[in-house]
Design a protein around this ligand. Structure first.
Ligand SMILES: Cc1cc2nc3c(=O)[nH]c(=O)nc-3n(C[C@H](O)[C@H](O)[C@H](O)COP(=O)(O)OP(=O)(O)OC[C@H]3O[C@@H](n4cnc5c(N)ncnc54)[C@H](O)[C@@H]3O)c2cc1C
Length: 380
């Protein structure tokens, strides 16, 4: 059976999160972008309201939602502020998701449950100064020492890095095995040897926090290992594949916001004695943008549906992420053009959207890496 409509529960959820995003996030989006500061109160509030638990089963303290709901949440939050939502996204869909999938009883209690409630903030630390696309170049080490592991290394471009209570970290536990020698750990940021080396300024998503993190003789108990030893790469890829579906929804949201604002603008703005939207060339541009939005939504929902059915979806998740993020970059760029100079000004939303979305083509596997994945999946 194929269905293209949301269930009543999904529709109610969509309305509720849309209302939250427009009432509580939209009004502060520009301010925090300009301050280059992360409004952590949004994450905490989403915890109070139960939104951070959307993708997790009720028995783990979650709301028992499905992947479509996760994509809907990302779309509605991406519609108002990609910068503010990025911190929520990384916390929920990367850090907490890894713990929900692979965590021990004590990790679920100490990190997942408080994370879902918005009482503790998580970060996901995979990238390093010399290892982003290529995890085989990672150098962060975790060496077993009695009942502990000792971590040494540097993690780079880490969202929530300077505000996190805990970091889900990848580190080498068996250097002889390359990528098969990586493991995941949960590091409490109060642990001696953990430090925020510096916070990083950015082109876009300025309302998110990005930091370089250093680990120097950072001693954590052996039970901070997340999942089994030396399967960290495979486990991280599972988390990232799920995240790609959600990030497709995220990009779709920002693209839709750019489309809606542009539509309003071309109906109001006049040139050569008529509304800009009356020029056929402009109308065709809107037709193409509408088509691309629909394609992105169908790809995202298809991947979400496959994931919820427990069916293979690596190719579809990469396609959804790749298409939606590149589409979003195209549409936000066109939105600035359609607004003319007013769209280029600092107080316009579309310039913020345009700056914000470039990261979507870079994070969680660049567009090149998504194409590599798709090529492998089709047999190359
Ligand atoms: C704002 C922001 C927030 C981020 N947040 C996080 C976070 O929370 N946690 C985290 O771990 N990371 C985070 N990142 C890092 C992000 O995941 C990496 O930047 C990304 O994986 C790319 O790695 P890189 O920057 O090292 O680029 P590189 O890997 O150095 O790539 C450089 C170029 O080479 C291309 N390339 C590399 N390998 C191939 C190949 N095999 N085939 C074709 N082309 C290739 C890439 O596509 C890219 O165009 C964040 C980045 C940004 C910008």
């Amino acid at each position: 059976m194929i269905g293209f409509s949301l269930t009543d529960e999904q529709k109610l959820f969509q309305e509720a999160i849309r209302d939250f995003a427009r009432r509580e996030v939209a009004p502060i989006a520009r301010e925090y972008d300009e301050r280059e500061e992360y409004p952590v109160q949004v994450l905490r509030r989403m915890g109070e309201l139960g939104y951070l638990g959307v993708p997790f089963p009720e028995e783990l303290g979650g709301a028992g939602g499905d992947s479509i709901m996760a994509a809907l949440m990302s779309e509605e939050m991406g519609y108002v502020s990609a910068g503010i939502y990025l911190g929520v996204y990384v916390h929920v869909f990367l850090a907490l998701n890894a713990i929900a999938r692979f965590g021990s009883e004590s990790q679920l209690r100490d990190y997942l449950r408080p994370g879902i409630a918005g009482q503790k903030v998580g970060a996901w630390a995979f990238a390093e100064p010399d290892a982003g696309s290529d995890p085989g170049s990672m150098t962060t080490r975790a060496v077993r020492d009695g009942d502990d592991y000792v971590i040494d290394g540097t993690k780079m471009y880490i969202t929530n890095g300077s505000i996190a209570d805990f970091v889900v970290l990848t580190a080498i536990t068996d250097p002889a095995q390359g990528m098969k020698g990586l493991s995941l750990f949960i590091v409490d940021t109060k642990t001696p040897g953990f430090a925020v080396a510096r916070t990083l300024r950015k082109l876009g998503v300025r309302a998110s926090d990005t930091a370089e993190l250093s680990f120097t003789g950072c001693r954590i108990p052996a039970d901070a290992l997340l999942g089994a030893e030396n399967v960290g790469f495979m486990n991280a890829m599972r988390v990232l594949t799920a995240g790609r579906i959600v990030s497709a929804g995220f990009a779709l949201g920002t693209a839709r916001a750019a489309f809606d604002q542009s539509l309003r603008h071309v109906k109001e703005r006049r040139a050569f004695g008529q509304a800009v939207g009356d020029f056929q060339g402009i109308q065709w541009q809107f037709a193409d943008m509408a088509l691309e939005l629909e394609c992105a939504r169908l790809l995202a929902w298809q991947a979400a549906w496959l994931s919820d059915q427990g069916l293979p979806h690596i190719k579809e998740a990469s396609m959804a992420k790749l298409y939606a993020t590149e589409m979003c970059a195209r549409i936000t760029g066109q939105a600035v053009l359609l607004h003319g100079a007013s769209g280029y000004m600092a107080d316009s939303d579309v310039q913020r959207f345009y700056r914000d979305v470039k990261v979507m083509e870079i994070g969680e596997g660049t567009s090149h890496i998504q194409r590599n994945t798709i090529a492998r999946q089709v047999g190359l």
